[in-house]
Design a protein around this ligand. Sequence first.
Ligand code: NAD
Ligand code: GLY
Length: 364
Amino acid sequence: MSDTVRELAVDLGERSYPILIGQGLLGSRDLSEYVQGSQVLIVTNEAVAPLYLDRAKSCFPGKSVDTVILPDGEKYKDWQTLNLIFDHLLQNRHSRKTTLVALGGGVVGDMTGFAAACYQRGVLFIQIPTTLLSQVDSSVGGKTGINHPLGKNMVGAFHQPEMVLIDTDTLSSLPPREVAAGLAEVIKYGLIREIEFLDWLEANVDRLVALDSPAIAEAILRSCACKAEVVAKDEREGGLRAILNLGHTFGHAIETFAGYGNWLHGEAVGTGMIMAADLSAREGMISREQFDRAATLIKRAGLPELPPQGMTPDDFRNLMAVDKKNVDGRLRLVLLADLGKAIVTEDAAAENLAATLAGFCRCD
Ligand code: NAD
Ligand code: GLY
């Protein structure tokens, strides 16, 4: 284990919590101080349990630790699978003092958090994210929920964790495609808010793809710091927080069209950010050179640049119409006013959106 543990705070008054980032934390950290009563339920999945469940259990010495192992995959981020958590809690008589622990990627994290928000009207939970995407994004900020067949993440709640434990060693077992998916969200922070971070990413993206430890630790720290700052300013997405959705309006449409799990969330966000950058250029907000910079970085991370074969502009329009950012039927998009500066707008010209969709869709 490396001695370097970096700590950040998500500053939300009485709901503030720490994010601990380091190597070898899982299994060596006692997390009992974040548990209210004597009961703990670790929620994980079939892929992660054999790798990390024993180490996670040992973080709660002296507690009564139960586990529930869900099927693996985005297609199981649904009511039926969520109910397995409630079944387990009730069958094993977990009280309202129980603490849920999410051990896995964003799917497990979002579902466990939502179960914690609902069980007996709300119990504590801890996030132990094990994918790059969940370490830089989904474990922080308290968005929890499940998918609906008609729309991604459409049923959920805001519910903040007690703490987030990021053990960067868990990334060693992550397939390259999942690493690339996580890098999409890392690049997002550079594009929306942190131009110096974008410069750093351009210089270091090859090290990140190769999971070079110091580079990955730096990227996680800077990503979490950016997310924590935005969430502290706008926890419930009254305004600013919506910029964290750069590329997500296009991306959620791609994920839903492709069928949950066929495109990874991060892959869809990567393509979606290229499309959002293209629209920003058509709107005259960024130059074509800036668009190229953004698109090149996203492609260097190993992410796809085009949506699925056969997806039409109408498919995009229909699916984007149910985006959570929309108000009174008006499409709201996150665009780039500059590299390192995102804005939310309802004012994108219809002909520019049409040109972006036509330019990216391969519907021959
Ligand atoms: P995921 O949870 O499906 O994990 C990806 C795959 O990696 C899964 O097969 C998983 O079992 C496996 N895995 C997890 N950890 C591993 C490890 N250490 N080694 C090997 N395999 C491992 O996907 P994800 O990319 O982590 O998360 C995507 C989800 O997160 C989406 O549902 C998305 O909507 C959600 N999300 C939520 C927020 C939020 O703010 N709540 C933000 C971004 C994304
Ligand atoms: N991933 C977007 C958000 O947390 O707001």
